[in-house]
Design a protein. Structure first.
Length: 326
């Protein structure tokens, strides 16, 4: 920007004159800080622009002006998206802390309106097959609270409030966040009664592939499952890949093959008779964990959500539940 250029105003920012007067000389452009924080959080210029509701070009200009103000490079592009430089990481930490202070002050000033929403990220299979059918019960447990659920395998940035709580499927709890065991899960095959009636009885676990296997994003889960039940002979693991557990279970309900399911994923379909369990051994490939930011551990709204999740899991029928002790 030349010295004789007028202050620039973009669609979501204030006047970005880096000069100004008084105490403002010590502050970088606030709209640029907002843009920078969004890019660091999203890891992508395009996703950050979408989150802020502005064009990609507007966001790029805000970042350039912020870098001009600091006279350092704050972001760099890599094979996995945009990430902060060393100077950018230092700034991102300070900006995140400042935004958290502003958010806390806002909540204190507007107690009737702020902190009345809760954002939950959940693995897609559990979100579609177990959580969504129980939304009315969840809403009744959190009256007046806007519930925002995102079905995804991505991990949220809990430190920057991208989500309040995450439900993750993993063998071990994450080491970088506060977590609690929601359900110790066994994994078992399920199929529609109509498919089993057509195919006849299954004499051995190794006969399951003749019914047709339904896979998620890869064939690895079925491969690991057969290995866990002791099937060592090579098997043909043919069958469509449907990416998400919920899609594989939809196909199983339609009689298209056999899918792998956890107790919670299959509970409602088993109860209603849409699916039946194909007898097999006990297999444990992961658990469901409730994960949250340590700073939100004492948040009453998060505590109420966690309590509801634990009670809803305990009340869910279907399948043989494995004891939750570890």
């Amino acid at each position: 920007m030349r010295d004789d250029d007028p202050p620039v105003r973009d669609t979501f920012g204030d006047a970005l004159d880096p000069g100004g007067g008084g105490a403002r000389n010590r502050l970088p452009p606030l709209a640029g800080l907002r843009a920078f924080e969004a890019v660091v959080r999203a890891g992508s210029m395009r996703r950050a622009a979408a989150d802020l509701g502005v064009g990609h070009g507007v966001l790029s200009r805000q970042i350039r002006r912020l870098e001009d103000w600091f006279r350092v490079r704050l972001l760099e592009s890599g094979p996995r998206g945009v990430r902060p430089t060393e100077e950018g990481r230092r700034l991102a930490s300070a900006v995140a802390a400042a935004f958290d202070l502003i958010a806390d002050a806002t909540a204190d000033l507007r107690p009737g309106r702020d902190r009345r929403s809760i954002r939950l990220w959940c693995v897609p299979g559990l979100a579609a097959r177990w959580l969504t059918p129980r939304l009315a019960d969840l809403q009744a447990a959190l009256p007046g609270v806007e519930i925002v659920i995102r079905a995804t395998t991505d991990r949220p940035d809990l430190a920057h409030h991208e989500a309040d709580v995450e439900i993750r499927f993993a063998l071990e709890p994450p080491g970088d966040a506060a977590s609690a065991l929601l359900e110790r899960s066994r994994l078992f095959p399920v199929a529609a009664p109509s498919l089993l009636a057509r195919a006849g009885p299954i004499a051995a676990v190794a006969d399951i592939p003749r019914l047709g296997l339904l896979h998620e994003d890869s064939r690895e889960q079925w491969r690991r499952w057969f290995a866990a039940v002791g099937v060592t002979t090579p098997l043909a693991l043919d069958g469509p890949r449907l990416w998400y557990a919920s899609s594989a279970l939809d196909a199983a309900v339609a009689g298209q093959g056999v899918a792998l399911a956890t107790r919670l994923q299959a509970a409602d379909d088993l109860r209603e008779g849409r699916l039946v369990e194909v007898p097999a051994g006990e297999v444990h490939l992961g658990d469901y964990w409730i994960v949250g930011a340590p700073a939100r551990g004492n948040d009453p709204l998060v505590a109420r959500l966690r309590a509801w999740l634990a009670a809803a899991v305990a009340a869910t029928p279907g399948g043989a539940e494995v004891p939750r002790s570890r």
